[in-house]
Write a protein of this length. Structure first.
Length: 68
């Protein structure tokens, strides 16, 4: 049952994952969301959003595999 719970992280953490050694800006992350590259953040409360980090990793893997 615990396998269905997504691993959530902050927007800043998502930017670190995307950029690696040099994190991308939050605006770059949101631009990727708008273009459909990344999944949109999940609203967990007022003024609070979290990113499904496992889903983000899948999105990045899919993008890498499509470019090769």
């Amino acid at each position: 049952m615990a396998d269905n719970i997504p691993r959530l992280g902050t927007i800043a953490k998502a930017c670190e994952i995307i950029g690696g050694d040099k994190p991308v800006a939050e605006s770059t992350f949101y631009r990727g969301v708008k273009l459909g590259i990344y999944r949109p953040p999940i609203k967990v409360g007022p003024n609070t959003s979290r990113v499904d980090l496992d889903g983000l990793a899948e999105d990045i893997r899919a993008r890498i595999n499509n470019e090769k």
